[in-house]
Design a protein around this ligand. Structure first.
Ligand code: ADP
Length: 391
């Protein structure tokens, strides 16, 4: 009997995991992180569903395979592991073929391998995690949950880049990401305010990665990220929107190799690039009074995000709800206030006191502005359960 589901969210140097009880609305039994994989001073920590520390230690985690072996060894000693019936994975890209969560088989794994050039920063780690589970638990069902799925309802006009059609034919289109977070937020909204969930909504997922999605009638209309998670909003270390002419300029004047350009755009830009000091918004807010470059990084972040709220409101033909989520969106009244400043013409006006308390509703104008905690892991567990137990 399936009693529990393991969720795995693999990043470049970390793996977040959770164990949920099986069922349509799974309960979290434990969760944790393997951090600093491939770096000195690796860390393994986990806590119970009630927040009690179950493990917290430093250890060497040379690669993703080794980190998962450590996790599986530890899980085998836990009561939550008994009856583990499935593993759900976050997979950043499903290409045009995979638009809903799927059980992993050879064909799916091969397709994701072929998609690696589309998401070279993320997919290799996710593939390794799937392979590690296959070899540790042969035959255990694995469910791939794609960050691109949520955006499959976007129109051809919203997904087409203005480059020659041959590139579109090979899949160079807007896909959009953070889909598991958006799905979770929309499920929460429809539970809390069913009528509102059918209206025109902008969800702002502002974490290390940042994006916005415009949703109408519970269907995604447009999103700020594009072919890869590099486009759109300014992020912790990613550029977001960039004049493509800059890339031509850099290639011509610096002669960068593709990998160097990739590191520059993905890991050295964004808040870190502008400030020259930190990729972390909380750090920048602490430093801005003394550091003009930290202040500029925050200003550019808020200005660009405000501009995108305008653009997505136009795509929706008006606006009923804005929802802030993820690290910055959930925790920073300061950023939410600066980012929405001057949007009174759209009907967006924050209530200062409610904003300070981080929600749930922080507005007093006609557009309802909300703060919601996202939960991508729970969304993965729900998907895994739904794929295994179709109604
Ligand atoms: P990830 O995208 O890696 O999951 P998070 O969603 O945890 O990251 O977001 C991390 C970001 O949230 C960091 O820039 C961090 O500084 C920011 N953040 C968290 N708490 C606060 C806060 N109270 N004020 C401002 N920024 C915050």
């Amino acid at each position: 009997m399936v009693r529990s589901i393991l969720t795995i969210n693999s990043g470049s140097s970390s793996i977040k995991f959770s164990v949920y009880g099986a069922g349509p609305d799974p309960e979290r039994l434990l969760s944790g992180k393997l951090e600093r994989i491939g770096l000195p001073e690796g860390r393994f920590s986990a806590e119970s569903g009630q927040g009690d520390v179950l493990v917290s230690k430093e250890l060497s985690l040379p690669d993703h395979g080794g980190a998962l072996k450590e996790l599986f060894g530890w899980l085998a000693s836990r009561p939550e592991d008994r009856g583990m019936g499935a593993v759900g994975h976050r997979v950043v890209h499903g290409g045009s073929k995979y638009t809903v969560p799927q059980r992993v088989d050879k064909t799916l794994l091969n397709t994701i391998r072929e998609l690696t050039p589309f998401a070279a920063e993320h997919l290799p780690h996710e593939i390794k995690a799937i392979e590690a589970v296959s070899s540790a638990f042969p035959g255990l069902p694995q469910i791939a949950c794609f960050d691109t799925s949520f955006h499959r309802t976007m129109s051809e006009a919203a997904t087409t880049f203005a480059i020659p059609a041959e590139f579109r034919a090979e899949g160079v289109v807007r896909y959009g990401f953070h889909g598991l977070s958006y799905e979770y937020i929309m499920e929460e909204l429809s539970r809390l305010e069913p009528a509102r969930s059918k209206g025109r909504t902008i969800i702002a997922h502002l974490g290390n990665g940042c994006s916005m999605a415009a949703v109408n009638e519970a269907r995604c209309v447009d999103t700020t990220m594009g072919f890869t998670p590099l486009g759109g909003l300014v992020m912790s270390t990613r550029t977001g929107e960039l004049d493509p002419g800059i890339i031509v300029y850099l290639l011509k004047t610096r002669g960068y190799a593709p990998d160097e350009l990739n590191v520059l755009l993905n890991r050295k830009s964004g808040l870190l690039g502008i400030s020259g000091a930190s990729s972390d918004m909380a750090d920048l807010l602490r430093e801005e009074a003394a550091s003009p470059s930290a202040a500029l990084a925050i200003e550019v972040f808020c200005y660009q995000a405000r501009k995108y709220i305008g653009a997505l409101s136009a795509a929706l033909g008006g606006l009923d709800t804005i929802i802030f989520t993820a690290g910055i969106g959930e925790n920073s009244p300061e950023i939410r206030a600066r980012l929405t400043k001057g949007l009174g013409f759209l009907g967006v006006e924050l209530d200062v006191e409610k904003n300070k308390k981080n929600g749930p509703v922080i507005s007093r104008g006609p557009v309802e502005v909300m703060v919601m905690k996202t939960n991508e892991e729970l969304m993965i567990a729900r998907h895994a359960w739904r794929v295994l137990s179709p109604s």
